[in-house]
Design a protein around this ligand. Structure first.
Ligand SMILES: NC(=O)c1ccc[n+]([C@@H]2O[C@H](COP(=O)([O-])OP(=O)(O)OC[C@H]3O[C@@H](n4cnc5c(N)ncnc54)[C@H](O)[C@@H]3O)[C@@H](O)[C@H]2O)c1
Length: 258
């Protein structure tokens, strides 16, 4: 039943071969999905080139720039999906951003601009992308986003991103409630800490990973592939009864009190 052939899947958030979105894209491809990939454009086209080379073996049939702070790019992305695919089945929202300065030290020092930007990119973007995807999910669909324990419990230095993830998890529930009647399921995966470009901005990320390796029931953290497998499951008919949930893929760390 974990067969995604014939499904059209848009994957956002691939920056490099450490990205969680890269792990997800590979597993969706393995399950037979037809992929579209977006990348964050920059002035010198560095991401475009790097991501294009990385994803080439997965033969994405769409490869598009999409900065979630740019309404025109979001519109063009979903116009391209409508024109080329006609229908969207899977949306992977796997992106976040906060200023490095806001990811260490005192939370009360967070600036208005930093707070607004972190929540716009990391939280509001799910609402906006899901809203754009909804009319294209004409045969139902599955939306999956990525969250972290720091949105539920205090994790040192996670600060404003904890607020963003808290809002993201609640957005998952509101979106799931709204879209359920159209058979569109919306879920989040709460991943354990993994070394990536984004996580390297969080103060003390290596200490967090070592702590998880010592304490988590499985005595390790998780891999991008494990998160990708869970995402494929949530996007498949195997998860047809699951919506509005946060699935922990964290080697069990979340259950521990000490
Ligand atoms: N790495 C971890 O430990 C961990 C744990 C739990 C959850 N997550 C979440 O997983 C998701 C992916 O992060 P990652 O760790 O793979 O890091 P990553 O750096 O590989 O991915 C972050 C992505 O966000 C994209 N992005 C940033 N600003 C954007 C914008 N304005 N428009 C479009 N895209 C933008 C970047 O281009 C990048 O591809 C994030 O939501 C992150 O919070 C990560």
């Amino acid at each position: 039943m974990l067969d995604l052939s014939g499904k059209n899947a848009l994957v956002t958030g691939i920056a490099n071969n450490r990205s969680i979105a890269w792990g997800i894209a590979q597993q969706l491809h393995k399950a037979g999905a037809n992929l579209g990939v977006t990348y964050l454009p920059d002035d010198r086209g560095r991401f475009e080139k790097k991501v294009a080379e990385l994803v080439e073996p997965l033969n994405p049939s769409l490869f598009l720039p999409c900065d979630v702070q740019n309404d025109d790019q979001i519109r063009s992305t979903f116009d391209a999906i409508r024109d080329k695919w006609g229908r969207l089945d899977i949306l992977i929202h796997c992106l976040a951003f906060a200023n490095k300065d806001d990811l260490s030290g005192d939370f009360s020092n967070t600036t208005r601009a930093g707070f607004t930007q972190a929540l716009e990119i990391s939280t509001y973007s799910l609402v906006q992308l899901a809203g754009a995807a909804k009319p294209l999910m004409t045969e139902g669909g599955s939306i999956v986003t990525l969250t972290y324990l720091g949105g539920v419990k205090v994790i040192p230095n996670y600060n404003v991103m904890g607020i963003a993830k808290s809002g993201l998890e609640m957005s998952v529930r509101y979106l799931a409630s709204e879209m359920g009647p159209a058979n569109i399921r919306v879920n989040a995966i709460s991943a354990g800490p993994i070394r990536t470009l984004a996580s390297s901005a969080v103060g003390g990320i290596l200490d967090m990973i070592h702590h998880v390796e010592e304490v988590a029931p499985l005595r390790r953290t998780v891999t991008q592939t494990e998160v990708g497998n869970a995402a494929s499951f949530l996007c498949s008919d195997l998860a047809s009864g699951i919506t509005g949930q946060v699935l922990y893929v964290d080697a069990g760390y979340e259950i521990m009190g000490m």
